[in-house]
Each structure stands twice: as C-alpha cells, then as structure tokens.
Design a protein around this ligand. Structure first.
Ligand SMILES: CCCCCCCC(=O)SCCNC(=O)CCNC(=O)[C@H](O)C(C)(C)COP(=O)(O)OP(=O)(O)OC[C@H]1O[C@@H](n2cnc3c(N)ncnc32)[C@H](O)[C@@H]1OP(=O)(O)O
Length: 286
C-alpha cells in the first residue's frame, strides 16, 4: 500500500530531486515523503492557498515551490489527495463554541478580507485551517507500525467530541509576524478543581508558538519553553493566546506569548519559546 502510493506519487509529481538526495529515495522514502509534505504545505502557504483546498475536489496543478527550502525543488505537481476522504477542518465553528468564542472568531475572520474601492481583497489576517494529524504518509511509512499509523492523532485534536478538550482557531498576521489563537478550554483539561491544567496551557502555548515559528522558519522543533503562570484559567472559559516573533538568529527562532482573558484585561500566562530549525530527516534518524 505504502510502496504503491509512493510509486504513484512519484509518477504524479514532477519533482527535481535535491542533489544530496539523488538516488536515495529507495533508501529513505519516509524522509522524501516528509519533504514533499512540507513542500506542498509551504507551497500552498506561499501562494495564498489553504491546505483545505487540497482536500477539496479539484486537483492541484503545478504548485510552484519556493527554493528557500534549500533543496533546489522548483515545481511540484500533485494530481490527487492521498487521503480517502477530505479531512475535517477543526478550526471552523461548531455547536460547542460559546457566544464569546464565536464573536471573537467573527471579529478576526472579518479581518481576513478587506473592502477596497468596492472590491473584496485579502486582509492582513488569515485563518489557519487545522487537522487532526500531519500528512498520513509523512508520519507513517517505515517508522510507525500499521496500528500507530492508523491511530496517530495530533495531541490538540485527539477527540471527536466537540468542546471536550482543545477548541481553538489560529489567525495569523503575516505583516506583523504574529498570531492570535482563540482558545476555549474543555472539561477534559481540568487540573486544579474547575481550572485548566498547567500542562494543557503549556500544550496550547507550544502549539501556537510552534505554528508561527513553523510559518516563519519552516520545519522546527521546540528546544525550550519558558512559562510563567500568573493567574488560573477557568474551565470552559475563552482566552486569547497571542504570539509574536521576538528574534531570529541562525537556526533559532524566539517567539513570545501571552495568554489573556478574552477582553485582554487579565494576564493568565506569559511564555517564550525557542525553536530550532531542523532537517525533517532528524525525526527519523536519516
Ligand atoms: C504546526 C504544529 C506545531 C506544533 C508544535 C509542537 C512542537 C513540539 O512539541 S516539538 C516536540 C518537543 N521538542 C523536542 O522533542 C525537541 C527535542 N530536541 C531536539 O530534537 C534537539 O535538541 C533540537 C532539534 C531542538 C536541537 O538539536 P540540534 O539540531 O542538534 O541543534 P543544536 O546544535 O543542539 O542547537 C542549535 C542551537 O540551538 C541552541 N539550543 C538548542 N537547545 C537549546 C535549549 N534547550 N535552550 C537554549 N538553546 C538551545 C544551541 O545552543 C545552538 O545555538 P547556537 O547555534 O547559537 O550555538
């Protein structure tokens, strides 16, 4: 199944192999698939297309991919989505969202489009779609057992019950190199009675800071997360998780983060995250 998918994808894609990978596909198919995954996603980001577009019914044709990945890839064509069905976008409103969450969503969503001279144009903000796992074949292949491959889920999206754990949506401001996450903490995230577990707060901070770091620097891993918990967060409440680029230094990207009440009046948590750019082969020992 994996081998035939790989063969198909290879046939359907027009990928110029980076020199250091030439002839190595058979040896490191997982690394290859991961690179393709990141390239597809980055290519879509750069060209203002949503990943959810891939899940749509139209095939993607000739998506130019930036050379900034440093792998010399110029053009990627992909004629089919490798999933059997379109993935669910978890960042869209559902019935579990409180009116406050919905209002904040509407506020930032409205900033994604601006009207200029009677015409609607892309605004400074962009909603990031969100799925419950990374690319199926990027995480699978030789490195995970079939069972794990089928069952692996992104930590923050691992329940199908709306509102039970992490309900969130991230909006990115490309110009400001910042993002805001609207986060509603569900009943499965309890730590102290009636309040959110510190590990759950760290998780959403890691995810949001990691998302903007990935957007700015490509594939990264969290090297250091420094968190100060200032005031507890009530279970079921809606908070804002704001993150922004502090500085980049070689492979290192430093991101700051504040978690506040929805009106911004109360500071709950402050954090900084250090992210180090990786070659994705790092994850698989290649
Ligand atoms: C899109 C969804 C987003 C989700 C986000 C979720 C992100 C995650 O949770 S990732 C999982 C948790 N993180 C991990 O498991 C990472 C484990 N650690 C590692 O793999 C490695 O240590 C890694 C990749 C961070 C760095 O290793 P390596 O690539 O060898 O880099 P290394 O040479 O050690 O360090 C590079 C630079 O970073 C600095 N650095 C590395 N770690 C740290 C640290 N903990 N604190 C301070 N500086 C550090 C080094 O000093 C070095 O600095 P300089 O270039 O100035 O000398």
């Amino acid at each position: 199944m994996y081998a035939s998918h790989l063969a198909n994808l290879h046939r359907q894609t027009n990928i110029q192999e980076p020199r250091h990978l030439e002839g190595s596909i058979a040896k490191v198919p997982v690394g290859m698939m991961i690179r393709q995954g990141f390239q597809v996603v980055r290519g879509l980001h750069r060209h203002g297309m949503k990943w959810s577009g891939l899940a749509g019914r139209q095939p993607i044709n000739r998506v130019p991919v930036s050379q900034s990945m440093g792998v010399g890839v110029r053009v990627l064509t992909m004629s089919s989505w490798p999933f059997s069905s379109p993935p669910r976008d978890y960042s869209l409103p559902n019935d579990s969202w409180s009116p406050e969450m919905r209002n904040l969503y509407d506020h930032y969503n409205a900033l994604c489009e601006v009207e200029e001279e009677g015409q609607k144009k892309r605004g400074p903000w962009r909603r990031l779609p969100s799925y419950n796992r990374t690319l199926k074949y990027a995480t699978g292949g030789q490195c995970l057992s079939k069972v794990l491959q089928a069952k692996a889920r992104l930590f923050t999206r691992n329940t199908e019950e709306p509102g039970a754990s992490f309900e969130y949506v991230v909006f990115l401001n490309k110009q400001e190199k910042s993002c805001v996450c609207i986060f509603q903490a569900g009943h499965l995230l309890e730590g102290p009675p009636g309040h959110v577990h510190g590990g759950a707060i760290a998780t959403i901070i890691d995810s949001v800071t990691g998302t903007i770091a990935t957007y700015l620097a490509g594939p990264v891993m969290t090297a250091n997360l420094n968190i100060n918990y200032r005031s507890p967060i009530s279970l079921g409440s809606v908070v804002l998780v704001r993150s922004a680029l502090e500085k980049t230094e070689g492979r290192k990207t430093l991101i700051s983060c504040q978690v506040t009440s929805a009106d911004g009046a109360r500071l709950h948590t402050e954090a900084t995250g250090l992210f180090v750019a990786i070659n994705v082969g790092h994850l698989f020992g290649t």
